[in-house]
Design a binder for this molecule. Structure first.
Ligand SMILES: [Zn+2]
Ligand SMILES: [Zn+2]
Length: 289
């Protein structure tokens, strides 16, 4: 049983499960069509890019640079996915890297179990606030602080915009169902990507590389790579490690919308598990005198 500060109350649970119910019931009532599929996939792709390329690789890790207008656009697009505010998301994620799979980690499946890491941590009262100290570099922008305080308003406003563009099909498939699908696939990086997959690098956590998650999340499934070297905007370190977010960032760089897109240095990339083993073997063979 979780301590009181970790137990979600009725008020915290209600919007979360209501969105699930509205998405499923609404999608059934509106019915399946090619337009519905287009809204679902199109909206999912835009939102997932904004989460991975915006919330994660830009706001949490600063792996590339961009101007104040495009950072605002990224934040607005990402907030359409109802994953709370831009500063909240990035600050909590920085905490995850600081304490990866240690007791202080916000959402470690190793420490607190799978469902805690998947979504229960988000509903816990103790994780509701944004710790601006952890995200001072972006908290200095008043527009981002305003967005962060009005996350629900932004998500609801997005619902209206999508409804006025495409009607009920767009609302239920392009907004509600897309939110639920994007939630659980994003959550999988906190839960499954610390449990299921290979470990190329001997990082101090349980992060994994997982091709299935990488395809679904536009590149975030190379999570062990990412824990090994967080400064890279590229999480698929080799050409066969599909990382759609990185490809989009490279296009945006060509268009001069973003700049300084960080790659992974070769010596960091090649510092894999076999090298780690070789070093350990050498250390055992020749202990320091
Ligand atoms: Zn990260
Ligand atoms: Zn992680």
């Amino acid at each position: 049983m979780y301590p009181t500060s970790d137990r979600p109350g009725w008020r915290d649970n209600f919007p979360f499960w209501t969105v699930h119910a509205v998405a499923i019931v609404g999608a059934i009532i509106v019915g399946w069509s090619w337009a519905a599929l287009g809204w679902l996939v199109g909206s999912y792709l835009v939102r997932m890019f904004a989460i991975t390329g915006g919330y994660h690789r830009y706001f949490a890790h600063r792996t590339y640079k961009t101007g104040r207008v495009f950072q605002l656009i990224l934040a607005l697009l990402a907030m359409s996915s109802a994953q709370q505010g831009v500063l909240w998301w990035a600050a909590h994620h920085r905490n995850h890297h600081k304490f990866s799979d240690e007791p202080e980690d916000t959402h470690s499946p190793v420490q607190r179990g799978f469902w805690w890491s998947h979504f229960l941590w988000i509903l816990a009262p103790r994780n509701r606030a944004t710790d601006l100290e952890k995200i001072k570099d972006f908290a200095k922008y008043p527009e981002l602080r305003w967005l962060d305080r009005h996350d629900l308003l932004i998500a609801v406003a997005w619902g209206f915009v999508i409804y006025f563009i495409g009607g009920s099909t767009a609302l239920f498939y392009g907004h509600f169902l897309s939110i639920v699908v994007a939630w659980h696939i994003t959550f999988c990086i906190n839960s499954l990507a610390h449990v299921w997959g290979g470990r190329r690098y001997a990082t101090n956590d349980e992060s994994r590389n997982n091709a299935v998650l990488a395809v679904l999340t536009l590149g975030e499934g190379w999570h062990n790579n990412h824990h090994h070297y967080q400064r890279s905007a590229r999480q698929g370190f080799y050409w066969w490690e599909i990382d759609v977010t990185f490809y989009v960032l490279k296009v945006l760089e060509k268009l001069r919308i973003v700049s300084d897109v960080q790659g992974v240095p070769r010596h960091v990339r090649d510092d894999d598990v076999s090298n780690e083993r070789a070093r350990l073997t050498a250390a055992v063979a020749a202990p320091p005198s």
